[in-house]
Design a protein. Structure first.
Length: 492
């Protein structure tokens, strides 16, 4: 079936089958606005796709990217929950407390209910909305669930890291379809691709569709069918080999979507966006030429592959070198869909359509990387400032035009530039609210418990606590602690 999907995507056959099948659709009326398919990978490093010079096989992704506009200077957030929140709201996550860490299994919070989501905005415009894959914007209260936040349909996991075969996290099943827990066999990436293809094939094309395919790959745990592992026998390191194999499995899931669009005859009426939530985890992933790992404020955590495809509307081979951001998709997609951007809460993202469809600049001069209680980073023009509080504190300044790999700290040589960007970062810091993650982990003395490494990166994993999800069953009891031995009596 995978070989068939790849075969169908060959340009000649797609043209032929697309034309033949479209003629048999009884001249179904196309919607006024495009169908939208947003494909989000999980922990996919910049160099993991073939078109960015990687050695991993991603033919479907590469073909798609070449047929549209590549965003060569695209930024996301450093971690999954902040990135997904920014995508869904078009707003910096520091404005509503999701700027630090991810929503771990024991978290009680989620994306605040007064935040308008992309799904809600598109649904108001008349779109049928589908989520297939990972949510991670709230699980402990059903009010946070995707079907309560604008999605007509949701299939996949509510949390971040699940077993790719058991669909569990710490023994608790986290696999859902429309708020009902599902127990089924199969590999997660393949199941998500198959369900996305099914949705496309069954969708009534008279109504515009928003399909958010949030794949869990290649996030840990590194699990993949042997047939994919066998394709990378030349890679000796087990984690790197599994990571590469998972990326190719992801590419096959994307092929399921592309094939379904062609078979339905709506490929030309569909805007496809592809991106990742953040960079990869070292050393399994390769974030070169950028520095750092997922969780840090360096470019390796923030820069991901990204592109947009819409035949006839976005010129193939377009390269957009202007700095773009995950928050930009919210205003871009709402506007393309004919929706309204007027809302009580200000949008931080920029409308990308002038760059995507009209070859015009979007006009961004500055970008907030993130603002947290203990660290932050901001970019203005070619300069990037990173500030990390601690003992000792650290301030770093990089010229991204001359030094995209952030190898040379220019802070001591440019005190005025440091002052300028520090003032800009300070403006954002005044606008942030306390992170939900920090609120939930304040010690009785008021001190925060921070899991960050020497370079400000967050170690991958950390999903040790049992999840609390309504309807999923109670979590297992914590392991019994051994009593401390009585102190020995001093000898005379």
């Amino acid at each position: 079936m995978r070989r068939l999907a790849r075969w169908v995507f060959s340009p000649t056959l797609v043209l032929l089958t697309g034309g033949l099948i479209a003629s048999n659709l009884a001249l179904a009326q196309a919607p006024q606005h495009p169908h939208i398919v947003f494909i989000l990978a999980d922990d996919l490093s910049f160099k993991s796709v073939g078109y960015n010079g990687g050695e991993i096989s991603t033919p479907t992704i590469d073909n798609l990217a070449s047929s549209g506009a590549k965003l060569t200077n695209y930024y996301s957030l450093h971690l999954s929950t902040p990135a997904r929140a920014a995508l869904m709201t078009g707003r910096y996550p520091m404005r509503y407390g999701l700027q630090t860490a991810v929503l771990f299994p024991d978290e009680k919070g989620g994306l605040p209910l007064d935040e308008r989501t992309l799904a809600q905005a598109l649904k108001e415009t008349g779109y049928k909305t589908y989520l297939v894959g990972k949510w991670q914007l709230g699980h402990s209260d059903k009010a946070f669930w995707p079907t309560r936040r604008g999605f007509d349909y949701a299939y996949g996991c509510l949390q971040g890291e699940i077993d790719y075969y058991k669909k569990t996290q710490n023994g608790i099943l986290d696999w859902w379809r429309n708020e009902k827990v599902v127990s089924e066999p199969g590999y997660v990436t393949a199941l998500l691709g198959k369900d996305a293809g099914r949705i496309i094939s069954q969708h009534d094309v008279k109504q515009p569709m928003f399909l958010y395919l949030a794949l869990t790959a290649p996030h840990t745990p590194y699990q993949v069918p042997q047939t994919y592992l066998d394709r990378y026998q030349q890679i000796q390191d087990p984690a790197k080999r599994a990571y590469a194999a998972m990326v190719t499995a992801l590419d096959d899931a994307v092929a399921d979507v592309v094939t379904a669009l062609a078979m339905k005859g709506i490929k030309d009426d569909t805007l496809i966006v592809f991106a990742s939530d953040n960079g990869g985890v070292l050393p399994a992933a390769d974030n070169s030429p950028y520095r750092g790992s997922k969780g840090s404020l360096y470019e390796g955590a923030l820069r991901t592959a990204a592109f947009a495809v819409w035949p006839g509307k976005i010129k193939s081979g377009t390269l957009i070198g202007e700095r773009t951001h995950v928050t930009d998709w919210y205003p871009t997609l709402v506007k393309v869909a004919g929706g309204k951007l007027e809302q009580p809460k200000a949008i931080d993202g920029f409308d990308l359509w002038p760059a995507l469809g009209e070859n015009k600049p979007i006009g961004r001069k500055e970008l907030l990387v993130n603002a947290e209680q203990f660290r932050g980073a901001v970019i203005k023009d070619d300069w990037k400032l990173i500030e990390i509080a601690g003992m000792p504190s650290r301030i770093m300044l990089f010229n991204l035009k001359d030094d995209p790999s952030e190898k040379s700290d220019q802070a001591s040589a440019n005190p005025e530039k440091v002052k300028e960007l520090n003032s800009l970062l300070g403006k954002y810091l005044k606008e942030q609210v306390m992170a939900q993650w920090l609120k939930s982990r304040l010690t009785p003395t008021g001190k925060e418990l921070l899991p960050f490494g020497d370079e400000g990166d967050v170690p991958d994993g950390g999903y040790g606590a049992a999840p609390v999800i309504p309807g999923a069953g109670p979590p297992p009891p914590p392991p019994a602690r051994k009593p401390k031995p009585a102190p020995k009596k001093p000898t005379a």
